[in-house]
Unconditional design. Sequence first.
Length: 312
Amino acid sequence: MKPQIIITARGHAGTMATLQSEFTAHLLGEAPDRSAFLRQHAHAVRGLATFGPMPVDGKLMDALPKLEIIANFGVGVDAINLDDAKKRNIIVTNTPDVLNECVADTALALVLNTVRKFPQSEGYLRGGNWASRGPYPLTTSIGGKTLGVLGLGRIGEAIASRAAACGMQIRYHNRSRKDVPYPYDPDPVTLARNCDVLIVVTPATAETSRIINAKVLDALGPEGYLVNIARGSVVDEPVLLRYLQEKKIAGAGLDVFADEPRVPPEFFSLDNAVLFPHVGSATVETRKAMGDLQIENLRRHFAGKPVLTRMA
């Protein structure tokens, strides 16, 4: 018999199709009565395939006493309570590495678009202003500028190599130093003070919640730019909005927001913000690779083999 799993929400179509083919899959996101749904399947479900931000905590785990594995589609597992899973000996997996290059491409695009204002200049052209008002105003080069990387993990290093190829200088802050050729700053405020563009790549945890706050933005200053490719929770969003409105920083490039997909509409009228709808890993190739890894972790677990990407 096929192992029984619950899929928390509709996700990548190809991955969904394979999950529903290889396992007996039940879709929680479309259940009219969640409690009744969990009671119905509690006796048999051994795995969760998680998509999106739905919280997976001890209460949900206890409702599924046969649960052995939670396989997440994505690197970030901030929606999954790892401590609760550990207490119950439940394996948690994610999909690292397969999206590094794609997210790094998006990050560099955000840096370029934010500093050079390419989307705004396109809007200027489309609005007929080039012919009627003349050339678009000059912007700022990224070559020679300093990129501060907050979170120099796999993705952070891929971003740094791309930025260096564009002539940027690199600095970074992590919880600890790494064996890399870039200068290290001891805290986010110092990093912000020492860079022109601060890019956030840190995981979303209780410790990093709103790590980008007024002190960091003050250190970044009126000529500095913020780019966030991590999670919306790592930025104090109301403070950032106010700093952009008051021109206390030069601009921001955001691929993630605190309450996705609900973005504060005040951002839409800003001419110093570039906004992406969380497309960091959103390519056909990368999403397939993420799904393949999620599925392979489930396959291996139910075959009695070690999973490939178990969370510590």
